[in-house]
Design a binder for this molecule. Structure first.
Ligand code: BYC
Length: 326
């Protein structure tokens, strides 16, 4: 279905020096961090650049659906919390772009790939935020799924990515709690508020499960990324963990998960859940999500609007450099 970075570089694998490759793989197997100046196979560099830059893009595009509600937050307290959260996401994007840059791709190249549609970002941010309850659902479910995926990435084999994840995870757990607290208030509120909370859960549940990526059997990158310890758990393992943790949270809210096939499987010790609509997932990945065009247009506009800031920073750096030289 995809020509992955890995497939593109498969031929390069054959040309890597076998001794260096063996030494690299031994270091990974011993759980040593690989650092920017260390030798690494080209396919490792490319798959990491792909994953980290896509992760960075997700953080930055992820500011848009929530940013949409800053001006309409229902109280000053909610507005202050949401502002802080959206700013945190910008910070996550910056740590991640910096981590990706250590692999040799410039930030301009990465941003250009986002704007041209060449680079992906998480499917989840191609859905609209229609009501205030969506802000609760995003914090609870989207940040909840993000934490599930990112906690193991604190032990990813590439040092700069692992270190960025430590701070990101601390902030994400605050984000998840603020979302859950919004849902608690709405679910215990008026009948209309509870309906709004249920409607948000109905719309965000399945897209949240899609965040973990295709099933392992259809995931072209998982096997190699697990071997190189870029990924520490597979897409399906993480998705299952997320379902197992989140369903009791929905029960505690008095809300129902929109999946008639959902049931506790005593023998497995896990929830069974219904079939995910993978056609919808692949359509959104292809850029056909409900608000995909608006998202990229907003990012392009922000990039253009910020040109003067980049020019001013570059002019300041030149002036500073001249002074130092003098
Ligand atoms: N959306 O072989 P697979 C956040 C692509 S943001 C779009 O399994 P991999 C937050 C995948 O890229 C959270 N594309 O790939 C921010 C691949 O295509 P390419 C973002 C997806 O990389 C603001 C193809 O499908 N988190 O926290 O082994 C507010 C085949 O997939 C998606 C991260 O980015 C998707 N959902 O595994 C609130 C975490 N899924 O590139 C919250 C870091 C798959 O080969 N990333 N694709 O052409 C990862 O852990 C992994 O990259 C994934 C996919 C698990 C997402």
């Amino acid at each position: 279905m995809y020509t992955t970075e890995l497939q593109k570089t498969a031929s390069l694998g054959a040309t890597e020096d076998p001794e260096r490759l063996a030494a690299f793989e031994a270091r990974v197997a011993a759980d040593e961090f690989i650092e920017p100046k260390d030798w690494m196979p080209e396919a490792y560099r490319r798959t990491l650049t792909r994953q980290i830059s896509q992760h960075a893009h997700s953080e930055i595009v992820g500011m848009l659906p929530e940013g949409n509600w800053i001006g309409r937050a229902p109280s000053l307290r909610r507005k202050a919390i949401l502002l802080a959260k959206v700013q945190d996401e910008a910070g996550h994007g910056l740590y991640l772009y910096s981590a990706a840059e250590t692999l040799g791709t410039s930030r301009e190249e990465m941003i250009e790939a986002l704007h041209s549609g060449k680079a992906k970002y998480s499917t989840i941010f191609n859905y609209p935020t229609l009501t205030w309850a969506d802000i609760g659902a995003i914090g609870w479910l989207v940040d909840g799924a993000a934490i599930m995926n990112q906690v193991p990435l604190q032990r990813t084999s590439y040092g700069p990515y692992a270190r960025a994840m430590v701070r990101v995870c601390k902030e994400e757990s605050f984000h998840q709690r603020q979302g859950y607290e919004i849902m608690m208030v709405l679910a215990a509120g008026t009948p209309d508020q509870k309906r709004m909370a249920q409607d948000a859960l109905n719309r965000w549940w399945w897209p949240s499960l899609m965040m973990f990526g295709p099933p392992d059997a259809d995931s072209p990158n998982t096997a190699q990324s697990m071997r190189w310890r870029i990924k520490r758990e597979t897409n399906d393992e993480l998705r299952q963990k997320f379902v197992d943790i989140t369903v009791p949270q929905a029960d505690a809210l008095g809300l129902s998960v929109p999946d008639p096939a959902l049931r506790w499987d005593k023998a497995r010790g896990h929830y069974d859940y219904g079939e995910i609509d993978w056609e919808e997932f692949y359509a959104v990945v292809r850029g056909e999500g409900p608000v995909a065009k608006e998202r990229i247009a907003a990012r392009r506009q922000a990039w253009e609007d910020g040109a003067w800031v980049r020019d001013a920073a570059a002019a300041h750096a030149r002036k500073h450099g001249r002074r130092e030289a003098a």
